[in-house]
Design a protein around this ligand. Structure first.
Ligand code: KIV
Ligand code: ZN
Length: 539
């Protein structure tokens, strides 16, 4: 896969830079472990993103390791460019360069704030000092990799004249991409478009770099801002799956990609193409969008709101009689895109009780899962268990059990069994047994206001880890009384949030597993203190 970063900003396709694993992961409670980041990175590669921002290597040993592993296993000859974030300091840039070494194509993304508000209150530096640092640090990054991206943080609130100077110096020092962040989601589409146009017109060497945009969704305008930026010369979009990220999140990739796809006739001329060109505007395989969205939601514990554009549960549902009637007469009356174009299949029933290991493996392969022999065995056992309870197994069931079986957090507490009695004449009572790595089994029981409450109280008595449950949600994977129930929870300890996810036909079991899953994350995080600098290193 080639990244046309050396072709200046005149090329006629849009680069998709995914920052789910860096900016997305900064969302409260979205923390992922290294294996989960690798799983997402592999899926992002299948989705066809051009660049994966895999993390911020200096910020913690975990981030360093994740970037390094993604560079090694996903940043292959045919894979995407792998990028690491670095503040404009030698230590950050050096860490990023080290972590990116295994990638065939590695990019260092270095940044420093340029708005007066940041200069005065955060950096306590003059404009002249920031100019010099930007130039020096881009050159330093360039001494490690040829592909260097520079971001003037808070560009949306920076003085454009100063911005032009910083960008000119960064490009002269070797930046091949200049990224314009609306860090606080403050600008409006017309303003953001004008900012990009101003940069194109006033930075003398701008044709030596790709113009990129990055934006947060504080006013709900990030996607609209980016589309305006494309019209004015931006050719790289920095976005996240499901729009996750700091505060109100980042620009949502699925919305950007589908807007460019569905409305390509509108956008074609801005990229110098014939109006009716059918050539895709991005490299994204749109049929992988839904699957990627579910994966990110399951692993981060950040649920997708039902009315979310493109990937929300209601995005393709027609409830009103008038709409249903129209769609039945002609789909285009009320639908601007086909559900299949984002990979929402017709929920095919593909396997059943009698399906063997070969059929199972083949279908998983068709769905894009390449499992190790060990993971395949685990998933096959789960499939057989499910097939005993549920007559027809759909692709979504398969996805759910494979994700559940292969992406669990390393376990400290293992749920051995859970049993509940409840009913309208019984006090909900739960007994649980958890196993520790030493093999020791701990059992306790509790009464609760309902069965889930009783289970969580019993687990708490066993683990004795103070926490507060802040979110609990159950969703069914498919329709039908025998459907798998997916439970997603979030719990809080101090100011840190941890998520857990699990799927089972028994929602009490799924609830117990999701809780234990979150407790494992909490426990593992408490064993790995972050570097002291991390608090300030998060951006
Ligand atoms: O929002 C922001 O400004 C960032 C930069 C590091 C690009 O995330
Ligand atoms: Zn950001």
């Amino acid at each position: 896969m080639s990244t046309p970063s050396s072709q200046g900003n005149g090329f006629d396709r849009i680069l998709i830079f995914d920052t789910t694993l860096r900016d997305g992961e900064q969302a409260p409670g979205a923390a992922l472990n290294v294996d989960e980041k690798l799983t997402i990175a592999r899926q992002l590669a299948r989705l066809g993103v051009d660049i994966i921002e895999a993390g911020f290597p200096y910020s913690s040993p975990g981030d360093f390791e994740a970037v390094q592993k993604i560079a090694e296993q996903v940043g292959t000859e045919t894979g995407p460019t792998i990028c690491g974030l670095a503040r404009a300091t030698k230590a950050d840039i050096h860490a990023a360069a080290e972590a990116l070494k295994p990638a065939v194509r590695g990019r260092i993304h270095t940044f420093i704030a340029t708005s007066d508000i940041h200069l005065e209150h955060k950096l306590k530096k003059t404009r002249a000092e920031v100019l010099a640092i930007a130039e020096e640090m881009v050159a330093y990054a360039k001494s490690f990799v040829s592909d260097v991206e520079f971001s003037p943080e808070d560009a949306g609130r920076s003085d454009p004249e100063f911005l032009y100077q910083v960008l000119e110096r960064a490009i002269a020092a070797g930046a091949t991409t200049v990224n314009i962040p609306d860090t606080v989601g403050y600008t409006t589409p017309a303003e953001f478009g004008a900012l990009i146009r101003g940069i194109k017109e006033n930075v003398p060497n701008i044709d030596q770099a790709v113009i990129s945009v990055h934006g947060h969704n504080d006013l709900g305008l990030a996607v609209a801002n980016f589309l305006e930026a494309v019209k004015n010369g931006a050719r790289q979009l920095e976005c996240t799956i499901n729009g996750i990220g700091e505060r109100a999140g980042n620009a949502a990739m699925e919305e950007l990609v589908m807007a460019l796809h569905v409305r390509r006739q509108y956008f074609n001329p801005f990229l110098g193409r014939p109006v009716d060109s059918e050539a895709p505007l991005t490299n994204i395989d749109t049929r992988q969008i839904y699957k990627t969205s579910r994966l990110v939601s399951n692993l981060t514990g950040m649920l997708v709101q039902p009315n979310k554009a493109i990937v929300g549960a209601n995005a393709f549902a027609h409830e009103s009689g008038i709409h249903q009637d129209g769609v039945l007469k002609h789909r285009l009356t009320y639908e601007i895109m086909d559900a299949q174009s984002i990979g929402l299949t017709d929920n095919l029933i593909t396997l059943g009780k009698l399906s063997g290991r070969n059929a199972f493996r083949t279908r998983l392969k068709e769905l894009g899962f390449e499992l190790s022999e060990q993971d395949l065995n685990k998933a096959f056992v789960r499939f057989k268990e499910l097939a005993d309870k549920k007559k027809e197994i759909t692709d979504w069931d398969l996805e759910s059990i494979v994700n559940d079986e292969t992406q669990q957090t390393p376990e400290h507490f293992y749920l051995e069994w859970v049993q509940v009695t409840c009913g309208d004449h019984a006090r909900p009572t739960a007994t649980v047994t958890l196993r520790l790595p030493s093999g020791e089994e701990l059992t306790d029981a509790a009464i609760g206001t309902g069965p889930v409450d009783a289970v969580y109280k019993a687990i708490n008595r066993v683990v004795n880890v103070p926490n507060q449950l802040i979110e609990f949600s159950v969703q069914s994977v498919t329709a039908g009384i025998d459907a798998l129930g997916e439970v997603t929870i979030r719990l809080k300890q101090g100011d840190r949030i941890f998520s857990g996810h699990s799927a089972n036909t028994d929602i009490i079991v799924a609830s117990a597993q999701a809780y234990v899953n979150a407790l494992n994350r909490l426990y593992i995080a408490s064993q790995q203190p972050e570097k002291p600098e991390t608090a300030t290193a998060k951006v």
